[in-house]
Design a protein around this ligand. Structure first.
Ligand SMILES: Nc1ncnc2c1ncn2[C@@H]1O[C@H](COP(=O)(O)OP(=O)(O)O)[C@@H](O)[C@H]1O
Ligand SMILES: [Mg+2]
Length: 201
């Protein structure tokens, strides 16, 4: 089986491979020597399981995500998505269209309505395919959550990573989709105020 490392993050090693004759991605959570072994195994297993679960739910509610193919204790196989990270496009100075930002906002609203906080909702975790369609990836820090704070944090991360105009399209679409958007946006303002206060301190 040909296997090629394509990313090595703090969390996991990501490989491109094949499984069941399908072009696939393997996300492999390696041991962390600085953690007590039992704790380390629990964390890696829990994150693998929750990433599989939330990715699966996201797919079932119509958010474009990779398909879950196989879940092992520390390894998750999903379909390979041919695309470019939104963050890479931004670094190359390519403009991110308004329609695309609206779609990303709509997807986040759908996730929140389904009780999922993504946990790392940044342009590095959005892939754009050849048709210009966004795919949400990396549910490794996601949670099934009713927490307004965690959802507001998803908005905050994206807001900090994109320009004002892009954010305007993103949040407009998010607000019309997310049923609790009012409370979540209010919490976002609160977090931002806290942040400004902390920066002054
Ligand atoms: N299903 C996928 N299809 C294509 N590329 C992927 C897929 N999943 C991950 N990648 C690539 O691997 C990188 C790291 O994967 P990610 O799930 O974001 O893990 P990390 O926790 O290291 O950020 C992504 O930024 C993307 O470039
Ligand atoms: Mg990532």
């Amino acid at each position: 089986m040909a296997i090629r490392l394509i990313a090595k993050g703090a969390e996991a090693e990501v490989y491109r491979t094949r499984i069941f004759d399908i072009d696939a991605i393997l996300k492999d959570r390696k041991p962390k020597a600085y953690r007590i072994r039992e704790l380390d195994e629990n964390i890696r297993a829990a994150r693998t399981k929750s990433e599989a679960k939330t990715t699966y739910i996201a797919d079932s509610i119509g958010v474009r995500v990779p398909n879950v193919l196989l879940v092992k204790r520390y390894q998750l196989y999903t379909t390979y998505i041919e695309g470019t990270r939104m963050s890479s496009l931004m670094q190359q100075g390519k403009s991110i269209g308004n329609r695309l930002m609206s779609k990303v906002g709509k997807y986040l609203g759908m996730l929140h309505n389904a009780g999922i906080a993504h946990g790392d909702f940044t342009p590095a975790n959005i892939l754009i395919d050849a048709k210009g369609e966004p795919w949400v990836i990396d549910f490794g820090l996601s949670s099934i959550s009713d927490s307004i704070e965690e959802k507001a944090f998803d908005l905050l991360l994206m807001k900090r990573s994109i320009d004002c105009k892009s954010y305007a399209y993103f949040v407009e679409s998010y607000s019309s989709k997310a049923s609790a958007s009012k409370a979540i946006l209010a919490r976002l303002s609160e977090i931002e105020k806290r942040g400004r206060y902390n920066e002054r301190a």
